[in-house]
Design a protein around this ligand. Structure first.
Ligand code: RIB
Length: 311
């Protein structure tokens, strides 16, 4: 249900895709054809997945996104509205809805190629049209499947919201971008890339996670969460650094697990959980999301996560 009380709201500005999923015995190598795929089509996109994860985790969510004037776009808007997401700021473009081609192997690992389509039209104007929403949100959640200028435009709006950036897929962020965030969520590769680009450690110097996160804190970001797959997360906040182990599940498909983590984290922060409790909830939600095929169909509801945490 949509809660119009803005004080509990999460605003997600990001992508919508249609996911074309090939379940294969093994990921094709360059030049190889793997002929045993089972094919499924589903809604996806990092922005949409995160908006849905935040909704299912109990927050009221508004989603700012651009889709094509096509069946995929219409289906997406309708499906998200049915889930209770405020879709008033989902708009159309003449470009087709974004498309992701996803291979998933028998261990649940994936590789993904994305054609941005209409997501490339989620420009600064669209962000400015949603400025009231952003300015009254409790938590703002961003990823990098829309133009970087649009992400920056959101961060530049005057707002008291807690800002979270999931820096995926990687774009050339600057120290100034990092300094505007309350929370940065990255995987190990993204952490290394951002530190290399924004902090530029001495040539040949390899930073461990604790050092890398500390170097990002000097740019102004308050919390850095490094997701480590089934190993758990490394959490770094002012004065506190700790590793939180992962929940062990039988993974069928890890697609969207990171998105589930981010959406659930945003929701729990909006609902005033402590940072560490929000991270633990998000880890449990992400673990459950790995137990089913697909990104959005696998995102658990709040009660399922609570039950998993108590089991
Ligand atoms: O993070 C998973 C998502 O990445 C998929 O749903 C796909 O659309 C790509 O954007």
């Amino acid at each position: 249900m949509i809660d119009t009380g803005a004080q509990k709201s999460v605003v997600v500005v990001g992508s919508t895709n249609v996911d074309l999923i090939m379940q294969v015995s093994q990921l094709p190598a360059p030049g190889e054809t793997v002929g045993d795929a089972a094919f499924t089509q589903a809604l996806g996109g990092k922005g949409a997945n995160q908006a849905l994860a935040a909704t299912r985790a109990g927050a009221s969510v508004s989603f700012v996104s651009v889709v094509g004037d096509d069946d995929y776009g219409r289906n997406a808007r309708e499906a998200f509205a049915v889930e209770g997401i405020d879709v008033a700021h989902m708009t159309n473009s003449c470009e087709p809805t974004g498309t992701a081609l996803i291979f998933v192997d028998r261990h649940g690992e994936n590789c993904i190629g994305v054609a941005p389509g209409a997501n490339a039209k989620c420009d600064v104007t669209k962000v400015e049209q949603a400025h009231e929403l952003v300015q009254t949100a409790r938590v703002i959640l961003l990823q990098l499947e829309i133009p970087l200028d649009s992400v920056r435009a959101v961060l530049n709006l005057e707002s008291r919201a807690h800002t979270i950036l999931n820096a995926a897929p990687m774009l050339e962020l600057t120290p100034d971008d990092i300094g505007k965030l309350d929370t940065l969520v990255v995987n190990q590769t993204e952490l290394t890339q951002i530190v290399g680009h924004c902090v530029r450690p001495r040539k040949g110097k390899v930073l461990n996670n604790a050092e890398a996160c500390r170097s990002l804190h000097t740019l102004g970001v308050t919390n850095v969460v490094v997701t480590l797959g089934k190993e758990g997360v490394f959490l770094s906040s002012a004065g506190v650094q700790k590793a939180l182990p992962g929940f062990q599940v039988d993974a069928v498909d890890t697609t969207g697990a990171g998105d589930t983590f981010c959406g659930a984290l945003a929701a729990r922060l909006a609902l005033e959980a402590s940072f560490e409790d929000a991270v633990t909830f998000a880890q449990a939600a992400a673990a459950l999301a790995c137990t089913q095929l697909g990104a959005q169909s696998a995102i658990p509801v709040e009660s399922a996560v609570q039950a998993f945490l108590l089991a």
